[in-house]
Design a binder for this molecule. Sequence first.
Ligand code: NAD
Length: 303
Amino acid sequence: MTVLVTGGAGFIGSHLVDALVARGEEVLVVDDLSSGSQRNLNPRAEFEMIDIRSEQAARLIRERGPRAICHLAAQVSVSRSVREPLLDADVNVAGTLNLVVAAAEVGCRFVFASTGGAIYGAAKRIPTPEDEPAWPVSPYGIGKLAAEHYLHGFREQAGLSYAALRYANVYGPRQDPHGEAGVVAIFSRALIDGRTPTIHGPGTDTRDYVFVGDIVAANLAALESDRAGHYNIGSGVQTDVNTLLERIAAALGVEARAEHGPPRAGDVRASALDAGLAERELGWRPLVTLEEGLRETAEWFKG
Ligand code: NAD
């Protein structure tokens, strides 16, 4: 039976599709190519160029009755969500709900790509566990949390089987270096091109970086599990921006250089996720160290 991957032409979704295809799964990709690329599409997966908000997307689920949906398609930019909150809610809340309603009807497992950083904001406890109060401030974080609430509601009312995976900062091959997020991709591209990357503020802010291969493994674990819930997916390790830049430069074999600009409004000072619940309930934990992940990412960017 088919696994449907929305956003399967994007950075994370395409790696997940590759892993599913390699396991011999029948994979159906739904993507409107708004930020994803045809280049990322696995030729052994079926592809439908459809918007997740459309009636066509819901009909596809009803007609094909996949055994599971991994939902990664999204408006992914936090700053765009601030500029265009209605668009963000349309894609990330209404679009997700469109799929959730159809998934509940056909009774398939639903694995949702949520976010840790944007949901918890300036958390009191770091690494942050799932029971930290979640009061997101960006429309992106609010939309992702709203989608999680819909999943919970559909489980209670219609028996939907789901897992919401709250990713930390994901990095790896195929990440778009032209966005405003994805600092590993942005720094890698700049250093390879001989440009000097800009660090916003003194570079002491910390984030939790998790390799895309580990995110794929978390999706596979959630797909095969019947546990319902909301799971942090991160390393629990804080890495500051200055250290990250040095490590990226070392992986690329170039000199580490950066200029410091003013800090960005709204950036939290520190963030890392406690993924203990995912380890206990899904049997998942990150396996790729930052050094290994950056080495693999560097090879891809150099290639
Ligand atoms: P991406 O932009 O590479 O992938 C998103 C994909 O969704 C793209 O292929 C895009 O074309 C597709 N898409 C967007 N709107 C669509 C629509 N209306 N209909 C159909 N397809 C549509 O981004 P990514 O980094 O691979 O993110 C994948 C998921 O992971 C997203 O849900 C994102 O919110 C979540 N996430 C990512 C990170 C990260 O660090 N990259 C962190 C937390 C959560």
